[in-house]
Design a binder for this molecule. Structure first.
Ligand code: CTP
Ligand code: MG
Length: 171
């Protein structure tokens, strides 16, 4: 098994394409109240889950929620794709503004697996092209991820590494 040490009262950013298994991973390793997701925030600000115009407001809510939890000293896990540098930078800023550390956990699965899993879901209506773009964004990000301000970058390569991972908090 591979044990991931995350900052006790800090922020954990999950990073991975749709279908990488972020929500499954978060559910297995963290408490339900520790995980905040872009999907949940979108559902709170839009009645139609395909309302793309709601995206800025959903992320506004997500950032606000993360900031409040970090200020209150609560370990917080962000369940969103975070494959773009600008998306990660906004969460890193929230962590810095609250004087807490932030780790990244990269769920790096083969593109075909992510596509296959996502196509099998009836609550996801986008196709392979979206995941291919996310996968390319992630691969491009990997080289520079360690210079973005994370305390640690935990890179889980492949489904087996993701399934075997455990978490402990570090002071
Ligand atoms: N899944 C699986 N085996 C795993 C992990 C996930 O079969 N080891 C399945 C899940 O049951 C789900 C799909 O793959 O049907 C996507 O997993 P999920 O954790 O929901 O992926 P996310 O990364 O959260 O995808 P999204 O960004 O679209 O929310
Ligand atoms: Mg998910």
């Amino acid at each position: 098994t591979f044990q991931i040490g995350v900052p006790e009262k800090g922020l954990v950013l999950l990073v991975g394409t749709s279908g990488a298994g972020k929500s499954t991973f978060a559910r297995r390793l963290f408490g339900p109240t520790q995980v905040v997701s872009s999907d949940t925030c979108r559902a709170m600000v839009a009645d139609d889950e395909n309302d793309l115009a709601a995206t800025p407001d959903a992320f506004d809510l997500l950032h606000h929620l993360v900031g409040i939890r970090l200020r209150r000293g609560l370990l917080t896990v962000v369940d969103a794709t975070n494959v773009q540098r600008t998306a990660r930078a906004s969460f890193i800023k929230v962590a810095k503004d609250n004087d807490v550390l932030v780790d990244a956990v990269v769920l790096d699965v083969p593109q075909e697996i992510a596509v296959e899993r996502t196509l099998a879901r009836d609550d996801r209506d986008f196709g392979a092209a979206v995941i291919r773009r996310q996968h390319a964004d992630l691969q491009r990000s990997l080289k520079k991820l360690r210079k973005e301000g994370f305390r640690k970058v935990h890179h889980l390569r492949g489904v087996d590494a993701i399934d075997a991972a455990t978490v402990r908090t570090e002071r």
